[in-house]
Structures are given as structure tokens and as C-alpha cells.
Ligand binder design. Sequence first.
Ligand code: EPU
Length: 431
Amino acid sequence: MVLRGGKPLNGEVALRGAKNALPKIMVAALLTDRRCTLRNVAGIVDVLIVSDLIRALGGEVSSPEPGVLEICAANLHPMERSVLKEFSGKSRIPILTCGPLLARFGEAPVPSLGGCRIGSRPVDFHVRALQNLGAQLHDETGNAHLTCERLHGNKIRLDYPSVGATEQVILAAVCAEGVTELSNAAMEPEIMDLIMVLQKMGAIISVDVDRVITISGVRELRGFDHAAIPDRLEAASWACAAIATGGRIFVRNAKQFHMMTFLNRYRQIGGDFSVTNDGIEFWRAGEKLRSTALETDVHPGFTTDYQQPFVIALTQADGVSIVHETVYEQRFGYVDALNRMGAKIQLYRECLGGLACRFGQRNWKHSAVIVGPTPLHGAEINIPDLRAGFSYVIAALVAEGVSTLTNTGLIERGYENLVPKLLALGAEIIE
Ligand code: EPU
């Protein structure tokens, strides 16, 4: 993508279902042999990958109209090694099929995983939780797989409130025998959406105080008809684009309730917004943006996926900002290219913040000090991951001159119709 920057983005974009909700809801459809209908489906690569995965497992996926998927897993079969090989490496989702496959066939291979390269991203929590539910791990070289008669409920405590591991436990425990009490669970809105789908299917799941989720196993689940929640991460990305470029963007379908932490920060650094029933409009409150100090955290903290686009806005803020990334150890890989564009960002191994973090004293550069405002200029950039990719697009739109971005396909994993949306907002895309 070749872009010429220096112009504010103005206009409207519309959100559809959340990238981090849709694929998990699709996996939930594997728990039943009944037909399931998923609405508000975004045309993003991650949805296509999971559709292909379900088909490769013998399920049917069709789209009777735009934005709607019908899934039927009546003829599902166990996962063959060749399927595992094809899909692991493409996405984080295959690991989440373990629970449904164990429930239906008593066996599931354990994939090594793809997804954005932003840290080591192991699957130890997933495997340990499944073992706690009674699955047995067989670990012949390169062919790890799990087996069970029927999973049994248990008390499980996650070492860290991992989104994927929480979803893993929920998807595995819904059809287990007895009650599972998951503590230190993640509580992201996308997880709540998955729980609502499962409740529609007949599951009994309660979300209690202090990060505890209790799942009473049932024998059978039925189909669902569900519209996925809108993508709050995309909403935040456009919000950052609005204040970084000095424009005004109405994000149709954005929901205040999902984004309260982000909105508070946004206002603190000089962004403003107006909430209506149809969405949220974002713009700069005054001439200048203000610096801040923040730490990423699990929800309801400041989500790590907001971090990169927010940092682009902070390069345009007056003063010194500090960002402590506590979720992924390597989520500042995109900073070098930003500095080449004129940003002044220094990375530190120390924890520059008060949150107990797993990466302190462990040699990861996971804190950033951003000095602003800095004019940016165009550059040639290869995109390393999804959120960094979108952030480079914003940086290129802030910058004077022309930028060339390669590997933009990665952005399509999570941002639907990126180029048409940018053009509608007045971005100058040369090719
Ligand atoms: N972790 C482990 N062991 C595990 C699982 C996780 O150590 O078995 C660690 C990870 O290495 C990481 C932390 O726990 O340091 C949190 O990882 P989590 O499991 O919460 O992440 P995830 O489920 O793999 C999802 C989103 C990410 C988002 C994170 C955090 C999907 C498909 N991905 O990943 O989304 O950053 O939760 O909110 O839902 C993105 O949208 O750009 C993106 C990367």
C-alpha cells in the first residue's frame, strides 16, 4: 500500500462482529450437531481460516447472505494430522477445537500455533487446564494429542487471566460431567459474548465476582442464532486515527460499554467523543494532545490491542508519555520503524509502572517512553503484525510525504474492507 499522508481523516466507518469473538463462536458450533446461525460476521481473513478449518473437519459452513454464516457440524470427524498441519501456523484458533473434539470423539491433537508474532505465546495453560479436566496428554515427538473418556469438572486456577485459556476451559467444560470452577479467568467482552452463545445453546455458566466463572456441564447442546458484538478494537483503532491525524470519525456500531477504559484514556490525552445509540464519534478536543502514563492489562484494564494505535497518537501529544506493556513481552517490535519515521520512542527492559508484570528483570524491552510531538515523515515499512500494521497506516497518514507498506495482508486478518474505509475517510492511497 502506497500512501500520502498529511491530511486529516474525516467521515464514517461501520463496525461488524469482533475479530476476537467470531472465530470462537464458530468453534462453539462444533459442540452440537444442530444448525447454528452467526450474524454480523465481518469479512476478515481469520473468519475464512476458521471456516476452512471447520470444513476440513467435516462441518458445513455457508453464507446465505452477506454477514451471515450457517454452520452445521453434524458430520464432524476427528482432526487428521494433515489438517492440523495445514491450519496450525495460520491462526490461534485450532487449539480451541480441543474441547469440542474431546467432547465429541474423545481425542484431539494439540496444535502448535500461528497468529501475530508479539511474544512467545505458549499453550501450556490450555493443555494443563484440559489435563485438569481429565484429558490425558500423549506427547510422541511432534505429535502431541489428548484423549479422554468424558471430561470431568474440576477447580482450575489460571496462572494468568489468559483470554484463550479461559475460552478453552469454557468450551471444554460445557459438556464435561459435573461442575468446573475457573478462577483467575479473563473477562473480555468477547468472552462474555461466547458465554451468551453457549447459554443460548443450553449451557449453564455463571460469571461470578473476582474473575470466577462456574460451568455446570450438560449432556447435549443445541444450535444458536447469534449476532456477534462489534469490534471494539477496530473502533479504538479508528478513534486513534481521528486524533492522530486531527480529523473526526464516526464509528457506527461502536459500543461505549465495551470501551469505557479506552474512552477515559482517550479523553485524558485530549481526545473527545460523543456517544449515540448508533455509534461513537471521535475527534480532538483542542489543538493539542496531552501526554500520559499507562499500563496495558487484561480487561477491564487498558487492553494490549489498543496499545499500538494509541502510541501513534501519543507521538503527536505534547510531552513525555510512558507505556508499560504487561500482556505481551514483545509488543513494541514496531517502534524501530516509527523512529525511522521521526518518532522519538525509547524502549526499556524495566517495568515503568506499578503493575505486577511477568516480564520485569527478564530482558524484554516492554516499556516505552515517547517524547512528543514529533512530525513524522514517509518511510518504507514491512508490517510485522496486525495491530502494528494498522498503526503504521495511521502513522503513514500523519506523516508528510509518501509511505510504502508491505505485507498489508496481515491487517486483513482483523480489519474488514480496510482500503475502501480509508478511501471513504479521505486517505490518499496512491496504489
Ligand atoms: N499465555 C501463556 N500460556 C498460555 C496462554 C497464554 O503463557 O497457555 C500468556 C501469553 O503468552 C500472553 C498472555 O498469556 O503473554 C495473554 O495471552 P492470551 O492467552 O490472553 O492471548 P490469546 O488468547 O492468545 C487473545 C487475542 C489477542 C489479544 C489477547 C489479549 C484472539 C484470537 N487473540 O489472544 O488478540 O491480544 O487475547 O487480549 O482472541 C489482536 O487482536 O491483535 C490479538 C493479538
